[in-house]
Write a protein that binds this ligand. Structure first.
Ligand code: IDC
Length: 462
């Protein structure tokens, strides 16, 4: 009854449907996309060539066995412009090669301009040494056994962040960062499967109090985005721009103070709000205890408030934990359920060998992989109303309103290993419809001829 009322409402109020559909990531055909994939890779931070460990066969495996349609690919300002004004063309060519491993398979690439603890030489990775406020830190004051992000309390790191974000006094730093993004956008603007640019991994303002109190996001970060977004748009008007709130506290579930971010030109925003979910107890290595279960909905409630302001789709750009932690699977189930309710895309941290990774050093799966394999609507030819996947029953359900003007099928990822004995498909709400399973890519294509039909798709084990 409730569903039919909703359908009636959508039929009668076309403006509402349009307003909602601006909050989805769409492909060139106009289909609403949900992105699932891995951050690739943490290993690139310390690799001498800044390359992830992967080979092309690993990408093929993700594509044909895991049902992923996306990668959040780490790149580094320090690798692109190791010396001031000098681009490392060899690095960029190697990145391009890897990008094509994905995009030739029609997987989407999100570039993540990664940094942790400001940069190379001084903190951990990201900015080139010449962009820091100091020469290399000789002696770290923060003990190595503390969580890595505590190094953000080093005075020299604080000063480097402060200088980077104090534009008037140190214009040079941001101008180079912006030019570096323009270089990347210039190389990839014509690749339709490069879906977007994640402007800066986990922005941090340096001074902790100012960062936590909101001044950093309200002024410096917002101002930096106001310079960077139009500069990228001068080169590329089609790819999405993924922007992040500050990481400190927000990763745990605190509210962000980032003002509304605008795309240019106004009127056709192609923005995605990308936040990271690392709840406190997990970040410092604890189990998922009953007393923690409220923290996940709390994290999502903070993002809901921010999305009301930002009016764009949500991506959970990073989340992850050790499979050794008690109830790690319940943690992921809770996260995925809340993400699916919001049609949020995600990329798991990270695609590495061991640790939190879905893969062991010999390539065998860890228990994490089993949780990341999910049935989900990769592309919807119409307006997606809802979808859910129950990992215990392996039951998937989606509802959407068809749009016959879209020249493409609805595509659902169905990782084959979830259904060793096959699956049952039930489609209701429209006739005729047709389905076609692509066994190579593990996708199920559904085509509907009727326009504005309220279609329900259900899938469960045979
Ligand atoms: C972590 C890596 C770890 C490395 C550290 C510093 O897993 O091996 O020592 O970075 O380079 C983030 C960051 C992401 C972190 C990840 C997990 O964006 O780079 O990777 N994390 O700690 N923010 C919160 C957590």
């Amino acid at each position: 009854m409730r569903k039919s009322l909703l359908f009636l409402f959508i039929l009668l109020v076309p403006d509402i449907t349009r307003a909602q559909s601006t909050t989805a990531i769409k492909d060139a055909l106009g289909r609403e996309l949900i992105l699932h994939g891995l951050n690739t890779s943490g290993s690139a931070k310390s690799d001498t060539a800044h390359m992830p460990w992967i080979k092309e066969s690993d990408v093929e495996r993700e594509h044909t066995q895991f049902g992923f349609n996306t990668v959040r690919l780490l790149i580094f300002w320090g690798a692109i412009e190791p010396e001031e004004g000098v681009y490392n063309e060899h690095y960029l060519a190697e990145v391009k090669k890897r990008v094509e491993w994905y995009t030739s398979r029609h997987m989407y690439v999100i570039f993540d301009m990664h940094q942790d603890v400001f940069g190379y030489g001084i903190g951990d990775n990201g900015a080139p040494p010449w962009a820091a406020a100091h020469d290399a830190v000789i002696k770290h004051l923060i003990p190595n056994k503390w969580p890595w992000w505590m190094k953000n309390l080093e005075p020299k790191i604080i000063k480097s962040y402060v200088q980077f974000f104090t534009y008037k006094k140190h214009k040079n730093r941001q101008q180079h960062y912006i030019a570096c993004w323009q270089k990347v956008a210039g190389m990839f603007k014509d690749n339709p499967y490069v879906i977007g640019y994640d402007l800066m991994n986990e922005p941090h303002g340096g001074r902790v109090i100012k960062t936590l109190a909101g001044g950093f996001e309200r002024r410096q970060l917002s101002a930096m985005y106001k310079r960077l977004i139009p500069a990228i748009r001068a080169i590329d008007t089609t790819h999405y721009i993924f922007f992040e709130p500050r990481s400190f506290g927000v990763n745990f579930g605190m509210s962000s103070h980032l003002p509304k971010v605008y795309d240019t030109p106004a009127g056709h925003p192609k923005l995605v709000y990308s936040a990271h979910c690392y709840l406190k107890f997990v970040d410092i290595g604890g189990d998922y205890k009953p007393k923690h279960v409220k923290e996940m909905p709390h994290w999502f409630a903070a993002r809901d408030r921010e999305l009301k302001k930002q009016q764009c789709p949500l991506m959970i750009g990073e989340f992850g934990l050790s499979p050794k932690k008690k109830d790690f699977d319940a943690y992921l189930h809770d996260l995925f359920r809340l993400a699916d309710e919001r049609h949020a895309s995600w990329s798991y941290w990270s695609n590495d060998h061991g640790g939190w990774s879905p893969l062991k050093p010999d390539g065998a799966p860890t228990p994490i992989l089993q949780e990341l394999l999910r049935v989900y609507p990769q592309a919807t030819a119409g307006h997606l109303l809802s979808y859910s996947y129950d990992p215990a029953l392996k039951a998937f359900e989606m509802e959407f309103v068809s749009d016959s003007s879209i020249k493409g099928n609805t595509e659902i990822a169905v990782p084959r290993s979830l259904f060793p004995n096959g699956y049952k498909l039930v489609v209701t709400g429209t006739t005729p419809w047709a389905s076609q399973a692509d066994d190579r890519t593990n996708t199920l294509k559904i085509s509907v001829t009727e326009n504005r039909a309220h279609v329900v798709v259900k899938l469960s084990p045979e």
